[in-house]
Ligand binder design. Structure first.
Ligand SMILES: C[S@@+](CC[C@H](N)C(=O)[O-])C[C@H]1O[C@@H](n2cnc3c(N)ncnc32)[C@H](O)[C@@H]1O
Length: 224
């Protein structure tokens, strides 16, 4: 079906149809989301995708432990429920004002005192530096080494920046450390610290490596 559709639609139309399908999934999650969800699990994994981890409440839109639209402004958890929240490469899919800030406010409410949030996302500064200094060649090589099936085609390497910014209409914002720090401080978190993927894996070895420090910014922050 996907191939059939792809052949009969322009790239732009295909991206829009995919977005519509994504919005439909979000809407379905919204109307079926529980008002409250009680669990003994104290580790929340937001936007888990196909990386469902034992001992964590894995939340995504489909096939997760609890299917939710995390961008709808409310989470069905009680105050101070989680000792840790992790979300890797999800926040760039949300609008800043209407979706991400409300989500992080909810995360803060659900985080226990002394609890932590860990976020990772493509790093706007690394993308810009690579464009200016290397015409993005190094970013392309990095991605190709991690994802052998990924193919950038014959485009000039500069076009990689466009891909990072919109990713087929999926990305809404890119971040750097300073923007992440500002957002996390806005919602109440303190001690926003730049970390690396290794720090996350040292703390929680169950996370499969993405090996993506080259293009990503990792932070953690505390509720004090
Ligand atoms: C790039 S994938 C990252 C998946 C995983 N965290 C990883 O590191 O491989 C982004 C994930 O965020 C999820 N996502 C994006 N927007 C969402 C939303 N509004 N509600 C729930 N999940 C969302 C997608 O379904 C997808 O699984």
């Amino acid at each position: 079906m996907k191939e059939w559709l792809k052949k009969r639609t322009s790239k732009r139309q295909y991206e829009l149809l995919r977005m519509l399908a994504f919005e439909y999934k979000r809407w379905k999650c919204r109307i079926s989301a529980p008002k409250s969800y009680v669990t003994d699990i104290v580790r929340l994994h937001l936007g888990s995708g196909d990386r469902k981890l034992q001992g964590w409440l894995n939340v995504d839109m489909i096939g997760s432990d609890l299917d939710l639209d995390i961008a709808d402004g409310q989470l069905p958890f009680s105050d101070d429920q989680f000792s840790v929240i992790v979300s890797q490469h999800v926040i760039e899919h949300l609008t800043l004002e209407d979706e991400l800030i409300p989500l992080l406010k909810e995360c803060f409410r659900c985080t226990k005192t002394d609890g932590k949030i860990w976020l990772s996302t493509p790093d706007m500064r690394k993308v810009a530096k690579s464009y200016i200094e290397q015409d993005s060649d190094d970013m392309i090589q990095d991605r190709q080494s991690r994802l052998p099936d990924w193919n950038f085609g014959d485009y000039p390497s500069q076009h990689f920046v466009n891909d990072m910014f919109h990713q087929g209409l999926e990305h809404r914002n890119l971040f750097d450390f300073e923007l992440l720090e500002w957002v996390l401080n806005q919602v109440g978190y303190d001690h926003v610290t730049r970390v690396e993927e290794k720090d996350l894996i040292d703390a929680y070895p169950e996370f499969p490596p993405r090996n993506d420090d080259y293009q990503s910014v990792y932070v953690n922050a505390s509720k004090i």
